[in-house]
Each structure stands twice: as structure tokens, then as C-alpha cells.
Write a protein that binds this ligand. Structure first.
Ligand code: FEO
Length: 174
């Protein structure tokens, strides 16, 4: 049986993951409108990955005999100043999500909920990758420094990113 405090905290995180998905879909829309289809693709993959994150937690709550309670998803920003502004907002957002995941782990740890701590280990590792991905694109954009050809080449590279279902879902482990 899932501890109530932990159940509430995971439900809040499901909402945060859905908000993240919505944020990245909005960023994808920005890049489509800005004429950067490769970036738009990269953010669409990001959108799908965030939905996976919510589903991993959804399935976990169900498997522990808990109850998923979906809450309203707040509106997301729709405008940014530049591609660099978007990716910097992405890194700042992922740093916040990392703090949320760490806090969730702390709640589970304080409640001696070892299964939830084990489930969250995948997320802790995933956050390292999420932050690193955003930092790499920021570094590239700073190197390009507004050069049109550089931006075109980076857009081409980001167009090759493909969605792969998150391992805990793909393995049917949850
Ligand atoms: Fe669900 Fe981007 O962390």
C-alpha cells in the first residue's frame, strides 16, 4: 500500500511532468513559427518524453495500490525572445524539476518507502541527462552567435532526434 504523503507527492509530480510536456510542446510551436523545424522536432520529442515520465509515475502509483488524481495543468509561456532564450528557459526548468525529484526522493526516504526510492533512481539519472542536453545546445548556440548558417546546421542536427519510449515503460517493468 502506498503511503498517503508519498502518494500525494507523486501525484503532484505527475502534474509537474504533464506541465513540462505542455511547456515543450509550446516551445515546439515557437520553433515552427520561427522557421526552425529541427528545433521544433527536438522539442516534440521532449514533449513525448515528459508524457512518458508522467506515465511511469502513473503506472507506479497504480501498481502500489494507490490512486492517481489528475489535476489541472497550468497555462505555459508561448513567447520567447530567441532560440537561445528558449533553451536557457529549458535548462532553468530542468534544474527546477531536478530539485522536485530530489525533494520527492527525500519524502520517500523520510517515510521509509524503499520501493518509491528505487523507482525514483531512474528519474535522478534522467535529470542529469536532461540538464546536460540543454547545456550542450546552449553552448552550440553561443558558439554560433547568431550566424545564420550555423543555426541552419544546428537545426539540421536537431531534426535527426527520434523518440524512444522511456526504458521503464518499454521494459514493461512498471
Ligand atoms: Fe521529466 Fe524533463 O524531466
Amino acid at each position: 500500500m502506498l503511503n498517503k504523503k508519498v502518494e500525494e507527492a507523486i501525484n503532484a509530480q505527475i502534474n509537474a511532468e504533464m506541465w513540462s510536456a505542455y511547456l515543450y510542446l509550446s516551445m515546439s510551436a515557437y520553433f515552427h513559427a520561427n522557421g526552425n523545424p529541427g528545433f521544433a522536432n527536438w522539442y516534440e520529442v521532449q514533449f513525448k518524453e515528459e508524457q512518458d515520465h508522467a506515465m511511469i509515475m502513473f503506472n507506479y502509483v497504480v501498481s502500489r495500490g494507490g490512486v492517481v488524481k489528475l489535476q489541472a495543468i497550468d497555462a505555459v509561456p508561448t513567447e520567447w525572445k530567441s532560440p537561445l532564450d528558449v533553451v536557457e528557459a529549458t535548462l532553468a526548468h530542468e534544474e527546477k524539476v531536478t530539485a522536485l525529484i530530489h525533494n520527492l526522493y527525500k519524502v520517500a526516504s523520510d517515510e521509509n518507502d524503499f520501493a518509491t526510492q528505487s523507482m525514483l533512481k531512474w528519474f535522478i539519472d534522467e535529470q542529469v541527462e536532461e540538464e546536460d542536453n540543454a547545456r550542450t545546445i546552449i553552448d552550440n548556440l553561443k558558439m554560433i552567435d547568431g550566424n545564420g548558417y550555423g543555426l541552419y546546421m544546428l537545426d539540421k542536427e536537431l531534426s535527426t532526434r527520434t523518440y524512444k519510449q522511456a526504458a521503464p515503460l518499454a521494459n514493461g517493468a512498471e
